[in-house]
Ligand binder design. Structure first.
Ligand code: SAH
Length: 245
């Protein structure tokens, strides 16, 4: 079994903003402060709204997550640009518009998502956004160093409902399936069969599919079979088989 489980962050939900907590030694941490949207974060959300993202829970989720915490210090000034940015190991943090678009596409019209799988954790940004709209988030990454980085990034936010796995997303996560949504953050040449099998009835998967030309495919599992809708043309890093240790 190639999947290593790392329960990333047991513990507390974020405390109300501004509440100071005495930590070990004399340091004082403001544990909930990160969730208070800064002006650049609110500007980004306003631009996403202008570009047609209408799902309020998704916009609220992006307003809560500090994207600068998922990139290197040298990129902090660019954290709220609506672009993908490098995170090392030839990978990128996804463009906020695409994160919002994908999550909005799998969100039910009413209520929260119950159990979600993300394929391609990268630095953990999208997992943190998903954790705002889903009860449980599982995310799988094939590059060990990124899995470790995401774990550290997410632990700092103390999100209690995200679990990370080091493994090959082509196999999905059968031990945690079925999922009522699957969000794939890397482009496969075709829809991975194993992932489709791990959807609940009524569940939705969204994935970029293709090589140079990629398109977002939205697949809904119905009792009678799968219904596929083609959405935007996109550019993602490739979904690669196997592990990189
Ligand atoms: N979700 C990230 C985007 C990460 S980029 C965000 O929040 O911005 C896509 C990630 O998919 C990369 O880290 C890459 O290593 C990973 N990936 C590619 N193929 C994979 C596979 N087969 N299984 C798991 N992760 C994979």
């Amino acid at each position: 079994m190639s999947t290593a489980w790392g329960v990333s962050m047991p513990g507390l939900a974020p405390k109300p903003a501004g509440r100071a907590t005495a930590a070990r030694g004399a340091a004082v941490l403001h544990e909930g402060d990160w969730a208070v949207p800064t002006a650049p974060r609110l500007n980004l959300v306003r631009r996403l709204r202008e570009q047609g993202i209408g799902a309020e829970p998704v916009l609220a989720a992006l307003a809560r997550i500090p994207r600068e915490r998922f990139v290197d210090e040298a990129l902090w000034s660019r954290a709220y640009e609506d672009t993908a940015l490098p995170i090392g190991h030839s990978q990128t943090i996804s463009q906020p518009f695409v994160v919002a678009r994908m999550i909005a596409a799998v969100l039910p019209a009413r209520g929260r998502l119950k159990r979600v799988l993300e394929v391609g954790t990268g630095c953990g940004y999208q997992a943190a956004v998903l954790a705002q709209v889903a009860e449980e988030v599982y995310s799988i990454e094939r590059i060990r160093a990124l899995y470790d980085k995401a774990r550290a990034n997410l632990r700092a936010l103390r999100l209690p409902n995200v679990r990370l796995a080091f493994g090959d997303g082509y196999a999905g996560l059968p031990e945690a399936a079925p999922f009522d949504a699957i969000v794939v953050a890397a482009a496969a040449p075709a829809l991975p069969e194993a992932l489709l099998k791990q959807l609940t009835r009524g569940g939705k998967l969204i994935a970029p599919v293709g090589a140079d030309e990629q398109q977002l495919l939205l697949v809904e599992r119905r009792v009678a079979g799968f219904i596929e809708t083609r959405l935007d043309l996109v550019r993602f890093v490739p979904m690669l088989p196997g592990l990189a240790k």
